[in-house]
Write a protein that binds this ligand. Structure first.
Ligand code: GLC
Length: 434
């Protein structure tokens, strides 16, 4: 367990990352599962390979946008389920250096992210709908599942595993220090030793001893795997990866030990570029979801899906700008923070770092703010994080009936302030006596 916590110390400090789902599926623009959803045969899907020419690709722009949003790490899909490699793999011709652009997109990505001082993550799909020796007819999601033409096909899955391990070795060898390896994903019997996970992780750890790995060599967003047990396997991962859901009560293993975890979520409802999906979450909501993750001891990685030219669209960039504006004033209540060990208050959430408790006020109050769960006699000072202005105690004649509860006021006593200084999340720092 100590290894798991040692390796994830930076991760649990940094709390907030960017996911980037990008590849051939940006051309159809119907999400990254289009090949499976529409049962597109590999030779037809290869038309996108022939077209792919991201003339506007500039990962420096991506890295700067992530940094400005307050994100501390960035994870790019080096290979998604469709099998297309965004890196110069010696093991396949199905790679970005063989497209019109002739660029090693991963190389440029890792250089740009490191130049901004951010941690580098690579997502690698265990699933591969392009490789000839990946299961098809009986597979759960393969584009050729239940296609009679593949019913009697004979494959040698070990050949695929040797390819997969070889590519992961390339990523761990040729691109400098990798901080996160984001494997995706296990299902049915395709998990653990079916991937030769023990051998894989021995290789990964020998090349990248400090890399942290998600738990999807054993599971997917559906569950936890052995990381949830008292005896995690060597390939059980360093963090749990709940997908499109914030764990109601954070994540603990069977011994009740809080685990590192990361919510992965999208701005709209697609990981890959989908211009017809206009269901973007408001930036205020995403700020509040980041706070919720941290208040429950977790991280949030927020996805962008660049288009086929390599551009992150305006809606996504605006959301990143808005989040960055809030983080520029309030990131102290996110970085190095976690569960406050206090019950959630009615008006918002608490995060905590040592003797500082951060009250995230998400709902304006009538009257003063009841700082339930915080003993008045332990309070050294209170102030708004965004501008440092003092926050006064809120006890007065209207709180007489509620002795023993600590109250705070943002405006003139005895009334609270409406509207809140920051409608998305107004943060009050409650500094406790040492
Ligand atoms: C799911 C999706 C995959 C996506 C991943 C991100 O596994 O199948 O498309 O990359 O979630 O967490």
């Amino acid at each position: 367990m100590s290894n798991l916590f040692r390796r994830t110390e930076w991760f649990r400090r940094d709390r907030f990352g960017m996911f980037i789902h990008w590849g051939l599926y940006a051309i159809p623009g119907r999400g990254e599962w289009v090949m499976s959803d529409e049962r597109i045969p590999a030779d037809v899907y290869k038309d996108y390979f022939k077209q792919f020419n991201p003339v506007d690709y500039d990962p420096v722009v991506w890295a700067k946008a992530a940094k400005k949003a307050g994100m501390k790490y960035v994870v790019l899909t080096a290979k998604h389920h469709d099998g297309f490699c965004l890196f110069d793999s010696a093991l396949t011709d199905y790679k970005s250096t063989n497209t019109i652009c002739k660029r090693d997109l991963v190389r440029e990505f890792v250089d740009a992210v490191r130049a901004e001082g951010l941690k580098v993550g690579l997502y690698y799909s265990l699933i591969d709908w392009q490789h000839p020796h990946y299961p098809k007819y009986d597979d759960l999601m393969h584009p050729m599942r239940r296609n009679e033409a593949y019913k009697d096909e004979v494959i040698d899955f070990d050949q695929y595993l040797t390819y997969m391990h070889g590519q992961i070795k390339e990523l761990c060898t040729n691109y400098g220090q990798i901080d996160i390896l984001w494997f995706d994903y296990s299902y049915e019997h395709m998990r653990g030793e079916t991937w030769r996970a023990k051998e894989l992780m021995e290789m990964v750890r020998s090349l990248q001893p400090n890399v942290i790995v998600d738990n999807r060599l054993e599971t997917s967003g559906e569950g936890g795997g052995s990381i949830m047990t008292a005896n995690p396997t060597a390939w059980g991962g360093d963090f749990a990866s709940p997908e499109q859901i914030i764990p109601p009560e954070g994540i603990k293993n069977e011994l009740g030990v809080p685990l590192p975890w990361e919510l992965c979520t999208t701005m709209n409802n697609n990981w890959g570029y989908a211009p017809n999906d206009l269901n973007y979450k408001p930036s205020s909501m995403l700020i509040r979801k980041l706070v919720e993750c941290v208040s429950k001891g977790g991280n949030m990685i927020l996805n962008v899906g660049p288009d086929a030219r390599g551009t992150i669209n305006n809606q996504s960039m605006q959301i990143l700008e808005d989040i960055g504006q809030w983080m520029s004033l309030n990131s102290e209540s996110i970085y190095e923070c976690g569960y406050a060990e206090i019950n959630k208050p009615e008006w918002g959430r608490y995060t905590r770092n040592g003797n500082k408790i951060y009250a995230h006020v998400l709902e304006a109050q009538i009257g003063p703010l009841a700082l339930t769960g915080i003993p008045a006699d332990q309070v050294k000072s209170m102030y708004q994080l965004a501008d440092g202005v003092q926050v006064q105690r809120g006890e007065s004649w209207i709180t007489k009936a509620y002795e023993g509860i600590l109250f705070a006021c943002l405006g003139s006593i005895p009334h609270f302030t409406y509207p809140l200084p920051d409608a998305a999340d107004t943060v009050i720092v409650i500094e406790l006596k040492e």
